[in-house]
Design a protein around this ligand. Sequence first.
Ligand SMILES: Nc1ncnc2c1ncn2[C@@H]1O[C@H](COP(=O)(O)OP(=O)(O)O)[C@@H](O)[C@H]1O
Ligand SMILES: [Mg+2]
Length: 257
Amino acid sequence: MSKFYANYHSHRAAFRHLFDDVCSTPILLLQGASGSGKTSLITHCMGDIPFDVIRLCVQLRADSVGMEEIFSRSIDEVGTGNLRLYQQCLEEQLSQSVQLTNVAQHGTTNTINVDLSMSESAAKSRRTARLTQAWFDDMRIYNSPIVVILDAYEQAPSEVQDWISGPFLARASRCKNVRVAIAGQRVPVPGIEWGARASLLEFNGVFEPDEWVPVIRGMKKKVREPADVFIAGICQLLKGHPSDIMNFIEGLNDAPK
Ligand SMILES: Nc1ncnc2c1ncn2[C@@H]1O[C@H](COP(=O)(O)OP(=O)(O)O)[C@@H](O)[C@H]1O
Ligand SMILES: [Mg+2]
């Protein structure tokens, strides 16, 4: 990624605000079209995260990254010892079997039929909710702040999106040392469970020539002077879209040495 960067100042400030001791909106939603600069902003903001904050950065994908993957990455970060309740819950679930007691059997070819009243999907949601609760209970007693950064929300399967926008954010909104940033072309819709604890920022482009002139100078590109007037026209033409503006700058001739 280019080190030359046109700043989204208010977005960057909102990201920094996540690490205030008292943060009224610990959930930051970053929404914008492809190429509008969401991933670049997150990458640049990594340097703004205080050193004592544990980071959990996950690029969501259609195929593999779900709840288990997100939580198991946290094991890599904080160590199994700090995820005692989560591990315990996971082990319980893995070892669960149907217990039958006092069932008399006669003969040699009898079978036992068990009707489980809960549907498979309801049982799965319940297991997921329990694991999520256990993970947040671990985080609550863990003594460092934790930031969970999820990128490309729109690419996650609908089941994972439902988990993030439901059980995950509902608990995150109530856990004092967890902060969450979610970026995507679509992001979870703030609702009654956690909406009051979230802030939503749109990526509508960087139009200010003052942001782009240092990028052009840094990349040693030649532009018609005055540079700010020239780039103001380009910003209007390309609707402030960072990816398009960057492509345009890259295509300019090099400035004479
Ligand atoms: N603020 C910015 N300043 C300079 N270039 C940017 C900026 N934001 C994005 N870009 C350029 O646009 C490309 C795509 O941006 P990216 O952050 O991946 O978009 P998104 O994640 O929204 O799809 C980057 O590789 C970079 O070249
Ligand atoms: Mg991206």
